[in-house]
Design a protein around this ligand. Structure first.
Ligand code: GDP
Ligand code: ZN
Length: 320
């Protein structure tokens, strides 16, 4: 009929009933999504067929989605939990020396990573500014990072400005699909630019080839980063404001506790099933803190996270 044979592709970005598919050569094609395809997001691997005649219509049709190995979701006011991006291998949680280092924010992102079962890598950026800190502030940051390493998380110390410590980060991106998260101002853009000076050109290329005209930053987009990596490697970054600013209010307190990996051995051992791990008698987590088996600041951050979930969870009374 009108369509060619089945081909493999990957979703670069999705717009309603259409999506941009990258073919095996990285060329983009604006395709129609078959109604039988139930859910489709950026990063999905798909089977598609290209239209035989280049005409006004879509360049092809997406017919099926491969199984995902990971899915990052975002709470949505109306839709509940909304999938945003698929097949992400790792999330770089970027923090920085200045304006402030926040273990609480790192813990929030770690919870999101654990919930989605995506490997986190903690990146401390702006290490060139460490010399400006008081010795005690430096010691605090070191202690937090050492604690994360002890929990089993990978920690990288870098300066995008001085191009310092970038090769482990660059190497970690080889053959993997990565996401950079972190508060505004920590240096995510600077870091991506230092690692991949061509990434801005890539952004441009995506919008041009798609025929979209204008680059839509609200849509999650997958940037293939083949060029600077080894010839056999495939690397990509997925980015969107929705990914950078994900929140956690769709999780319940029990799930958040499980996402604190150091709590796991103690969960289910508290005296009361609905233990909030505060002043509750017979709390196994409080006991572990007293025994120095769990850091007190991790438990404090857990409470801050579940408290803020209560206040930030929007009232959805008007949802129809
Ligand atoms: P983003 O909001 O996370 O994308 O952060 P930006 O990349 O826009 O960086 C925020 C500010 O931090 C900019 O003024 C950068 O020049 C600065 N910055 C980024 N990386 C470094 C670094 O390694 N050292 C220092 N001193 N400043 C940095
Ligand atoms: Zn407890």
């Amino acid at each position: 009929d009108q369509l060619g044979s089945a081909e493999a592709g990957v979703i670069v970005s999705r717009y309603g009933q259409h999506a941009d598919v990258a073919d095996q050569h990285g060329q983009l094609h604006r395709c129609h999504i078959r109604r039988t395809v139930e859910s489709l997001v950026c990063g999905d691997k798909v089977i598609w067929r290209r239209a035989k005649e280049a005409s006004e219509g879509p360049a092809g049709v997406i017919e099926a989605v491969n199984e995902r190995h990971s899915l990052l979701s975002r709470p949505d006011y109306y839709d509940g939990i909304k999938p945003v991006a698929a097949n992400i291998d790792q999330i770089f949680i970027v923090s920085s020396v200045l304006p402030s280092f926040s273990a609480q924010i790192i813990d929030r992102y770690l919870v999101a990573c654990e919930d989605a079962d995506i490997e986190p890598v903690i990146v401390l950026n702006k290490v060139d500014l460490l010399v400006d800190l008081e010795a005690s502030e430096r010691a605090d940051i070191d202690a937090y990072l050492a604690a994360y390493e002890q929990l089993g998380y990978r920690v990288l110390r870098v300066s995008s400005r001085q191009q310092d410590g970038l090769s482990p980060l660059f190497n970690a991106m080889n053959n993997r699909v990565s996401v950079f998260v972190g508060q505004s101002g920590v240096g995510k853009s600077s870091l991506v630019n230092a690692l991949l000076p061509d990434v801005e050109a890539l952004t441009q290329q995506v919008s041009d080839n798609s025929g979209l005209g204008q680059h839509t930053t609200t849509v999650a987009t997958r940037y293939a980063l083949a060029a600077p990596f080894s010839s056999t490697a495939e690397a990509a970054i997925i980015d969107s404001p929705g990914i950078r600013e994900f929140s956690l209010w769709h999780l319940d307190a029990e799930r958040v506790a499980w996402c604190f990996i150091d709590f796991r051995p103690y969960l289910g051992r508290c005296k009361f099933r609905d233990c909030k791990h505060r002043d509750d008698p017979g709390c196994a987590i409080q006991q572990a803190v007293a025994d120095n088996d769990i850091y007190a600041w991790r438990l404090a951050n857990f409470h801050r996270i579940i408290d803020s979930m209560e206040t930030q969870r929007p009232a959805r009374a008007d949802k129809k």
